[in-house]
Design a binder for this molecule. Structure first.
Ligand code: FE2
Ligand code: FE2
Length: 491
């Protein structure tokens, strides 16, 4: 696939090391400023609660200034430059990176230079003056500069934001950055799941540490903006079904877990569990797994053992660290069904665990909407949700199912729709305002083009000047009939 991530070539090792080092310090500095800016919104400038954190920040900032002579942050487009070097941000540092650049851009501040070490008083003044600036005021940089001087601070210079060509004054950090990271995490995770499964199949030692790391990144991305990863989950790769399916189920499960208010650590456990839910299938022969016809009794028996085999495998994965019982039970439960009519058969009645109930829904939805060897034309998202709703009491936790529908939308992300303007669109993102649940964001499909080039994003809440809306959804279409590859629009 041409979108696969290429490994980075190791050129100029020393230069790269210096750059990596600077990026690391830069990310730490930005995180400090991010927290300070946030704290300033909660506490007043004299609050003693800030003292400890300001002292910690000063240590990092002043060490840098003493070493480098000065410290400058400059915003150019979507990048932040630290002392003239573009910063590479880490996935973990991304929120801070985005916050700082968004807040500065809103206030039209483009560059700040600290020419000398700061003291607590100076740093406090700087942060509070910055956050007090009114958004969108062109004079902000000059005003800020003057106010600093009025307070006797002459070692900090402030410059206005320079807009790049084509950039609008109100533009904030583009979503494209998050999307690029999401893409990378998505494909890297599929590759890693593939590796883990292949190793287990060959009775080799499987390294799950990388998988754990990637799940943590996915958790971060889902917290940031769930719609981007949900969009990636519309990629239903037919050839790599098992790997792709595992990652998609994890994405749906994480998005549900987030809405349930799970902490990051519980989300990570849920993500790993979802990622490994079908790991037991690695012990089923390929010709049974991919049989285009109905399974005979023996084959079906093999198939039904995969939740138990999965549990055995997970318990033996050493690097998984402490295996939480929730994870093991989640894998055991994922085909049990709400009325316990599924498998494995139980001697004692018990309910399905929460992880199990979440994964059941994610699993059913992804399996139904993906083409399989025995069902080449999958259900559309709408059809799949209708079937799940029909079976809600017997098969699923109906409250979780309701939540899931809210998540993928009345018009699920990835659906092809016909608009009243006779245009076709693909549901890109559910509208965050529940009032407009039936008016999501849509990408217009340009006929004859394969999703490349301009992607025109349309907000269906846009009005037409009179009383109506510019565009409305008429009905859902089947993308298979129109030969439209939905996934391409999400890459
Ligand atoms: Fe399964
Ligand atoms: Fe599955």
């Amino acid at each position: 696939m041409d979108t696969m991530i290429q490994p980075q070539r190791a050129s100029h090792p020393s230069g790269e090391r210096a750059e990596a080092e600077l990026s690391k310090i830069g990310n730490t500095l930005i995180t400090k400023f991010h927290v300070l800016m946030r704290l300033s919104q909660i506490y007043d400038s004299k609050n003693v609660a800030l003292h400890q954190f300001i002292q910690e920040s000063l240590l990092v900032i002043n060490t840098f200034i003493e070493k480098q002579g000065s410290l400058s942050f400059k915003i150019v487009g979507d990048d932040i430059f630290l002392n003239e070097q573009r910063l590479r941000y880490s996935v973990e540092g991304f929120t801070s990176f985005k916050y700082l650049s968004t807040q500065w851009k809103k206030r039209l501040i483009g560059e700040v230079v600290y020419r000398q070490s700061l003291n607590e008083e100076t740093l406090r003044e700087f942060i509070y003056l910055l956050m007090d600036l009114e958004e969108g005021e062109e004079e902000n940089a000059i005003r800020f500069h003057e106010r600093l001087r009025q307070r006797g601070i002459s070692s900090i210079d402030v410059y206005p934001l320079e807009l790049l060509e084509g950039e609008k004054g109100d533009s904030i950090l583009s979503k494209e950055d998050t999307r690029e990271i999401a893409k990378k995490v998505f494909f890297e995770t599929i590759g890693t799941v593939k590796e883990v499964i292949t190793h287990i199949k060959g009775k080799q030692h499987a390294d799950v540490r990388r998988l754990k790391r990637l799940v943590r990144k996915a958790v971060h991305l889902v917290m940031e903006d769930e719609s981007i990863l949900l969009g990636m989950a519309t990629i239903k790769n037919y050839d790599e079904y098992t790997f792709n399916h595992s990652v998609n189920v994890a994405i749906y499960a994480l998005a549900m877990g987030r809405r349930l208010g799970f902490s990051r650590s519980v989300l990570s456990e849920l993500g790993i569990t979802a990622m490994l839910h079908d790991i037991g299938k690695s012990k089923i022969p390929k010709d049974v797994l991919n049989k285009p016809a109905a399974l005979n009794e023996e084959e079906w028996g093999q198939m039904k053992r995969h939740p138990i085999t999965g549990v055995e495998i997970v318990l033996n994965l050493k690097q998984l660290g402490e295996v939480n019982p929730k994870m093991v039970i989640g894998i055991f439960d994922h085909h049990l069904k709400n009325d316990l009519s599924g498998y494995p058969k139980l001697f004692h009645h018990k309910g399905v665990s929460l992880f199990g109930r979440i994964i059941q829904i994610a699993d059913a939805y992804d399996a139904m909407t993906t083409p399989r060897i025995y069902k080449k034309i999958p259900y559309t998202p709408e059809q799949a949700l209708a079937i799940m709703l029909r079976d809600r009491d017997a098969h699923f936790d109906s409250i979780l199912l309701k939540m899931f529908i809210g998540l993928v939308g009345v018009y699920p992300i990835g659906s092809l729709v016909l608009l009243d303007t006779r245009e076709m669109g693909i549901i890109f993102k559910t509208n965050p305002d529940p009032q407009w649940i039936e008016r999501p964001l849509v990408i217009l499909v340009e006929r004859g083009r394969q999703g490349k080039g301009e992607k025109k994003l349309i907000d269906l809440t846009e009005r037409n000047g009179q009383n109506g809306f510019k565009r409305s959804i008429v009905k859902i279409l089947d993308p298979n009939k129109y030969h439209i590859d939905i996934a391409k629009y999400f890459l």
